[in-house]
Structures are given as C-alpha cells and as structure tokens.
Design a protein around this ligand. Structure first.
Ligand code: AMP
Ligand code: ZN
Length: 112
C-alpha cells in the first residue's frame, strides 16, 4: 500500500520518533506549527476518523492515553491542543488516521 505513514511506521521513511508501542507510533511533524507538534498514529492503517467504528475505536482511546503521557513528557503543563483533520474539506493531506498534539504556544479558536 502506498501510504506515507505506513512507510514511517515500518521504517522505510525516517522519522523523529517520540513514542512507540504495539498499537501506536508517535513522531515529530516535519513542518511544526507549534513549538511541540507531534503526530500520533495507529499502526493499523485506518484512512480517517470517518472510518472509526466499533471494530477499531479502542486504538483511539489508547491514542488519547498516549497523548496525555507525551504532553507530560514535553512539559505541556499549561495545556495543549489535539487536532484531527478528516477528509479534504478539513485539510487532511495524509490518508492515514493521525492526531496532531500541539503545544508550547497559545491557540486561537476555531482556527489557528
Ligand atoms: P494533515 O494535513 O492533517 O493530513 O496532516 C499531515 C501532517 O503530516 C502535516 O502536518 C505534515 O507536515 C506532516 N508530514 C508530512 N510528511 C511528513 C513526514 N515525512 N514526517 C513528519 N511529518 C510529516
Ligand atoms: Zn497507512
């Protein structure tokens, strides 16, 4: 399968790894939009948040546990933002489910 993030998981494409276990992989975004900008992805190829159902949702809960752990490690004690872009209209450029963990600056709402 021609998927950038699957290639990162299996080491075909290098990445700056932050965390890994049997279910998930986390690495620094190549174009950081905040002082801390980490992508947390399931090792299982799930195309987007629109593909989450009862068969694969457990990994999403696990991703949020990992996000809290990484946020502590990164010293994001004042808070952080977790973002998922789903589909073209939301700006999803890589079609492998990923959550952006961002921190170290203030964030606007609803964008920025
Ligand atoms: P999205 O636009 O939500 O699909 O997010 C995709 C993210 O992947 C963007 O923030 C990119 O900067 C990031 N990205 C693309 N290629 C790489 C790569 N090789 N290593 C790390 N991050 C990447
Ligand atoms: Zn993939």
């Amino acid at each position: 399968m021609d998927c950038l993030f699957c290639k990162i998981i299996n080491g075909e494409i290098p990445s700056n790894k932050v965390y890994e276990d049997e279910l998930v992989y986390a690495f620094r975004d190549i174009e950081p939009q905040a002082p801390t900008h980490i992508l947390i992805i399931p090792k299982q190829h799930i195309k987007s948040a629109a593909e989450i159902d009862e068969s694969n949702s457990a990994v999403v809960a696990h991703i949020f546990e990992v996000a809290a752990k990484i946020a502590k490690q990164e010293g994001l004690d004042d808070g952080f933002r977790i973002v998922n872009n789903c589909g073209d209209i939301a700006g999803q450029t890589v079609k492998h489910l990923h959550f952006h963990l961002m921190g170290g600056r203030e964030f606007g709402w609803p964008a920025g």
